[in-house]
Write a protein of this length. Structure first.
Length: 323
């Protein structure tokens, strides 16, 4: 648990315990930010919830993994649950992390089980430039965290775009089974990002509304900027889904064409052997009286007829451009 207490006259004070911070806050009425992360996550969340009188539903949503992004309004605070993209991942293993924010008039709480780059970047900046972040208000500090969170999606999308372009290049040259697996995994990653960002767009839109509490009217325009970024992400995801869908269709077409070529070749070979099989079958019958059985050159004559027939059919197929 990290605790930052801010007073305009003093700056940042890093308190060592939640009780000390609460006592100082009750006496001096400053602004504070509590960030909870780590192995004792549930214990710390419950501790903070008890001290600050958080609603049981807030605690439940915070402790429930894989929750959908939401925004709930309570009498004393706003509760926001967002999804954070990974910085590094393998194709097909996209897994967003959960970040919960509690926004009140004079404090901000952030809860996350894993180390999250957006939170770490803001924590580092706030240590160096506390006045810039805290004097804008808790709603401005919350905006900076959410803005950093959304900005982290763009490098992920750039990486996905590069991988999609590589897949498109290989579809026509190396359409093997591994490529189809990559296409399926990329589609899965796009769906995961869509599941995370689509409800967040709705959530940020609510933060921009005039009737949303704990967000100053002057700061609502900042949240509309985040909404614009999420709209851009939505457009990019739509384009990428169309590209990956087109790559899959092209892959299936190429594979189908190759199969057709194979079937055409096998059909031609089978067609050539049909008359040869007929000739061999006729002269393989065990009758005592057949006109050519006593002919000295009958064997070579039969082979000659077979060869001439095969060559004639090959010539015809090439003339018709069936090869």
């Amino acid at each position: 648990m990290r605790l930052y207490y801010y007073q305009a006259e003093i700056g940042i004070i890093k308190e060592k315990s939640l009780t000390d911070l609460q006592d100082k806050h009750d006496r001096e009425r400053g602004l504070f930010w509590i960030d909870v992360e780590g192995s004792e996550f549930e214990t710390e969340v419950n501790k903070v919830g008890k001290v600050l009188n958080l609603h049981p539903l807030t605690i439940e949503d915070t402790l429930t993994p894989e929750s959908r992004p939401i925004m709930d309004t309570f009498p004393d605070y706003l509760y926001i649950l967002a999804r954070v993209p990974p910085e590094d991942w393998e194709i097909g293993e996209m897994d967003t992390s959960q970040l919960s924010l509690v926004i009140s008039g004079d404090y901000l709480l952030t809860f996350h089980r894993k180390n999250l780059p957006p939170v770490e970047k803001i924590a580092k900046r706030i240590t160096n430039y506390p006045q810039r972040y805290f004097e804008g208000g808790i709603d401005y500090l919350s905006y900076r965290i959410l803005d950093q969170l959304v900005d982290n999606y763009f490098p992920v999308l750039d990486k996905l775009e590069e991988k999609i372009e590589r897949v498109e290049d290989k579809v026509l040259t190396e359409p093997d089974e591994g490529l189809l697996t990559q296409i399926t995994d990329l589609r899965s990653d796009l769906i995961e990002i869509q599941r995370a960002t689509s409800p967040q767009r709705e959530m940020v839109a609510k933060l921009s509304r005039p009737d949303t509490p704990f967000i100053d009217d002057e700061r609502k325009i900042y949240f509309r900027d985040i909404q614009d970024d999420l709209a851009r992400i939505s457009d990019l995801l739509t384009n990428y889904r169309e590209l990956i869908g087109g790559a899959r269709d092209t892959y299936m077409t190429v594979i189908s064409n190759r199969m057709n070529e194979i079937m055409q070749t096998l059909t031609i070979v089978a067609t050539i052997f049909i008359p040869l099989t007929f000739i061999a079958g006729v002269y393989g019958m065990n009758f005592d009286f057949m006109p050519e059985l006593g002919w000295e050159w009958g064997y070579f004559g039969a082979l000659g007829v077979m060869g001439t027939t095969a060559l004639g059919m090959i010539y015809y197929f090439k003339k018709e451009d069936w090869f």
